[in-house]
Design a protein around this ligand. Structure first.
Ligand SMILES: Cc1ncc(COP(=O)(O)O)c(C=O)c1O
Length: 349
């Protein structure tokens, strides 16, 4: 971090964020809820940031991102959006819903991955939302930009005016998404003051941009908190470098003199299991534990693995007895319906 950086107050950070254009899609702030039963079970004070309740089509972290990414539609000439991810993508579900609110058609290019065209969970919701869906073979998420470029050319040749959203693979989109999570940190800052605590740890299940926003906001506000990202995927690329790069791009957008490097980022891929989109035993156990203790339903692909990591960090003593921990619940629960077999196959979990 730059030695001459002066932290901002919450109000100063919010004022800077408010200068960046956005469309209104989410109900904010989301609650920061103390979870008494699971706190007792784990011997910590656990608070859950309910970003599953952003309200747009079952909610999630991507609604925050899209508020900033889709601001381009206010100024440009677009008649549809084009984006892509895996076949059970929470991002694509929220993007299609957001497009509908903005009177735009949506085109989705989806990697087949584990669940393919199974008409359940998010895939069923694309259908209800009226999105135009192409499923391509394979599961390597890093191939998505190539498929999006092909589809973009097809749409242009047909006379359509698509807003191409690369999401996690786009320099501009990731920077804008990080701003939306710096904003979530400002919300949490106010909520912690109100609830009279400071977090020792913050856990977020993140591919790249959500964690970048958490890092950015926490540094700007000078929190002492350890931010821990838990990965849902094994990347070929150097993901810590990518997250630091997004933090730097976000800081520039906010006109803040901060420099991040990959060694400042805690990002753990030990809880992915076999691969992206496949469940883990620990994840399903964690999902059922939180459901039983607090009535909160995590998702099978992201947050259940993130919560399994949190439990493991408690068991390993990285999170200590009595510490204050925030878990950002980034949403994704509609995917449980596509994973009914994995969730129920082992009754001892
Ligand atoms: C439920 C859920 N949590 C976390 C993430 C990771 O977010 P990001 O790609 O912004 O790091 C995603 C991404 O799709 C998600 O759907």
């Amino acid at each position: 971090m730059n030695s001459n950086f002066v932290p901002l107050s919450t109000e100063e950070l919010i004022a800077k964020i408010n200068k960046i254009p956005k469309v209104s899609l989410a109900q904010l702030p989301t609650n920061l809820e103390f979870a008494p039963n699971i706190s007792k079970e784990l011997n910590i004070n656990l608070y859950i940031k309910r970003d599953d309740c952003t309200a747009l089509a079952f909610g999630g972290n991507k609604t925050r991102h899209l508020e900033f990414i889709l601001a381009k539609t206010l100024y440009g000439d677009y008649d549809c959006i084009l984006t892509g991810a895996s076949s059970q993508s929470n991002f694509c579900r929220q993007a299609a819903a957001a497009a509908n609110k903005l009177n735009l058609d949506s085109y989705l290019v989806l990697m087949h991955g584990v669940k393919g065209t199974l008409m359940q969970g998010n895939f069923l919701l694309y259908n209800i939302l009226g999105a135009n869906v192409d499923v391509v073979e394979g599961e390597d998420l890093e191939k998505i930009p190539k498929h999006l470029d092909q589809k973009y050319n097809q749409l242009i040749n047909k006379g359509r005016k698509p807003l191409l959203i690369y999401g996690g693979f786009g320099k501009e989109d990731t920077a804008l998404a990080s701003i939306s999570y710096a904003n979530a940190m400002a919300e949490i800052d106010l909520q912690m003051k109100e609830q009279k605590f400071m977090a020792d740890h913050l856990f977020v299940t993140a591919a790249n941009m959500t964690q970048a926003g958490c890092e950015l906001g926490a540094k700007i506000l000078n929190w002492p908190t350890r931010i821990q990202g838990i990965s849902p995927v094994y990347w070929e690329m150097d993901i810590k470098k990518d997250i630091a790069r997004i933090c730097n791009d976000g800081a520039k957008l906010l006109d803040i003199n901060l420099e991040f490097s990959h060694d400042m980022i805690n990002h753990d891929n030990n809880y992915v299991g076999e691969k992206y989109g496949a469940t883990t035993e620990e994840g399903i156990k964690a999902m059922k534990l939180l459901a039983n203790k607090e009535g909160i339903i995590l998702d099978p692909v992201y947050t259940s693995k993130g919560f399994a990591a949190l439990i493991d960090y408690v068991q390993k003593g990285i999170i200590k007895k009595g510490q204050n921990v925030i878990f950002i619940y980034t949403g994704g629960s509609p995917a449980v319906f596509a994973y009914n077999e994995e969730i129920t196959k082992n009754s001892t979990l």
